[in-house]
Design a protein around this ligand. Structure first.
Ligand code: SF4
Length: 281
């Protein structure tokens, strides 16, 4: 016992202060790729290398329409590597969770040059933003207490993921991220849950199980789709074995991009979902 206390005193507090303080990111962390759509001279190389078709082109006679879907992006950074004009760069932004799937999509129209490159006509973003995680830990705890009584109970559902998202979700419970300090707990049964945290492209084998889990969760229930696969099917897409995202099977309230989303990104998305619970009550 003495040794445990001694160890605790010498180690000190290891819990990261996010979201009260910005997250500490490693040098090698790759976040959201940022596109300067007005400066982008040629989107074709990026669209060619993009492994998940997050960048798509529609060629017209005199114009080209480019769509970037962050819900499909796996944050590989290849689009930045092949874009020689410097209009694409990988940022360290990870707070991308949104309630509206359309917020993750950007589009641009370009006039075509004779050599096949293009110049910008218009660009649009439904909402291109990073929502700041405003609530401090204390505010979040108060919010959960006032809306849910004592705590927020989450049931995690692996609907066919590679387990990358699960590793990050598990990290939420370690001493560094310590999600329980906010009154958020993971539970074993959907009957005890307020929120379903769903990963994976939803394999056809898991489709029925996901539907039943959703039906077993009491109202007001909130569904959070985690990771690129949970949002769009990701690298798996839609095929004979996968449905292509959680919202193809059950209604989704919050989408958390990432492949996988880091623990702070998960916490940011859960924060958004807590607001959703407030309005649902
Ligand atoms: S970072 Fe995203 S958009 Fe860029 S190539 Fe990779 S998956 Fe495609």
């Amino acid at each position: 016992m003495f040794k445990i206390l001694q160890k605790a005193l010498t180690t000190g507090v290891v819990t990261a202060p996010y979201p009260r303080v910005p997250a500490r990111l490693s040098e090698s962390f790759r976040g959201k790729p940022e596109f300067d759509l007005a400066r982008w001279k040629d989107a074709r190389p990026a669209a060619d290398v993009c492994p998940t078709e997050a960048i798509t082109l529609v060629e017209g006679e005199a114009a080209r329409r480019v769509t970037i879907d962050y819900g499909r992006c796996v944050f590989c950074g290849q689009c930045a590597e092949v874009s020689s004009d410097g209009a694409v760069r990988v940022t360290r932004e990870f707070e991308m969770a949104t309630r509206d799937r359309r917020d993750l999509i950007r589009t641009a129209e370009y006039a075509l040059n004779p050599d096949g490159s293009h110049r910008a006509l218009t660009s649009a973003s439904t909402v291109d933003r990073a929502r700041a995680a405003e609530a401090s830990g204390r505010e979040l705890r108060e919010k959960i207490r006032s809306t849910l009584g004592r705590s927020l109970a989450i049931r995690e559902v692996d609907a066919g993921s590679c387990n990358g998202c699960e590793l990050e979700i598990i990290a939420l419970n370690n001493p560094v991220h310590d999600i329980e300090r906010f009154g958020i707990h993971f539970v074993a049964s959907p009957r005890h849950a307020d929120m379903l945290l769903v990963t994976g492209p939803v394999t056809r084998n898991m489709e029925m199980a996901l539907r039943k889990t959703y039906q077993a969760t009491p109202e007001p229930r909130v569904v959070v789709a985690v990771g690129t696969c949970g949002i769009s099917g990701g690298i798996f897409g839609v095929n004979y074995a996968t449905r292509g995202g959680v919202d193809q099977v059950i209604p989704v309230d919050v989408f958390i991009p990432g492949c996988p989303p880091r623990p702070e990104a998960l916490l940011h998305g859960i924060l958004l979902a807590v607001d959703r619970i407030s309005s649902a009550r």
